[in-house]
Write a protein that binds this ligand. Sequence first.
Ligand code: CAO
Length: 442
Amino acid sequence: MSALKEVKVPDIGGHKNVPIIEVLVKVGDTVKKDQGLITLESDKATMEVPAPFAGVVRELKVKLGDEISEGDIALVIEATDETVSSTKPAVQEVAAPREADSPAVSEEKIVAPVAVASTSTPVTVGNPVRTPPVSFDADALMPANVPYASPAVRVFARELGVDLAKVKGSERGGRISKADVQQFVKAALETGVAGSSGGSGLNLIPWPQVDFAKYGAIESLPLSRIKKISGANLARNWAMIPHVTQNDEADITEMDLFRKKLAEEHKDVKVTPLVFMMKAVVAALKKYPNFNASLEGDNLILKKYFHIGIAVDTPDGLVVPVIRDVDKKGLLELAQELAVISAKARDKKLGPNDMQGGCFSISSLGGIGGTGFTPIINAPEVAILGVSKSQIKPVWNGSEFTPRLMLPLSLSYDHRVIDGAAAARFASFLTQSLADLRQLLL
Ligand code: CAO
């Protein structure tokens, strides 16, 4: 007699209450081993639970929209005899019901594999089989751009070197089938066009798989949602934008005396060097409009407004709220707004509107330390200013060394839009403006 087996949700990377976005089978369906049964979608990954063995679906224990976790029973399959013996690691077995509706559960415990697709690169957990180098398209890291296909189809496409982002899915909801991939390859061969990324992606070898626990004690912590989202953005920006960082130093001795005086007179608000940077950046953006721009195909979109993004460090990761119309606001108003928006960021109260519309970003680590770093451009912006910690340094004034408060600045720019000479001029203008604040009034 064929055995009824419960298919349990296997290890899905520690995710809990993951919604089911697709039920791929119905009662009575005959399924093959490894055929997709249900698709789960966490905040970053789409995972398919495959059939651990061939058989006939006898009962669905879940429906579309249900939220499930590891160990939950998804469905019951009547396994075909030959697969039962060969399928040790998959599910919990139940005997065929003696009385119509009460299956007795045996002790057999098995682990089902789950296929995960969090990026364009499919990862099959627990599958040590070596795969060919992965064609990496950084834009495909964005959740909305991840092609809709089962892990089996992803593996198939990868074996053929097909970039799934270029394949049109013919199934429900645009899902890409194996036949779609075959059709794509056929069409590509007929027209003589390569089916793979054709040089547009990075042909990277797979990420190293290391069993760290072999070398000592470890702890595995899930990334926060902010870290996952900002990580995807940073990876895309770093991979797709040719970054160059121009370093410079501003003599802020006088500026800092003025700042301290201002802070003394206005004890209700914290006036840090950052608000001076914001004003100096706006003056530089006005003088060099190509820095207040975004690249759109072959066009440069120049912005006539001055909204500045400020990188804020929060316990959950980096966020970049935007302060609008910096050109129209005074130092004290900016200081107040900076305090409000960074508190909002740390209290996780920023809305999407608070983080949109930026023209240029500033990442200030000056309150912490460092003499310079390479900030990553916040696309679709074309430049970002990194600010490190000011220090008193001996500076030669032509006749003697004098102690001056020097502020290190690191300007990263998109070399497709900005030439090195323009970046040097922009940075130099910034340092001069900060050294002599009267320049900001001109
Ligand atoms: N040099 C020396 N001291 C500085 C300084 C600088 N460049 N910038 C700030 N300081 C001082 C401030 O004056 C303040 O001094 P007091 O405590 O004596 O008043 C102290 O450092 C702390 O400043 P702050 O960090 O609270 O305030 P800020 O306005 O400089 O910055 C904010 C605000 C929200 C940008 C900051 O708190 C923050 O989150 N920075 C981290 C940004 C980040 O993580 N960037 C990395 C992104 S990766 O590219």
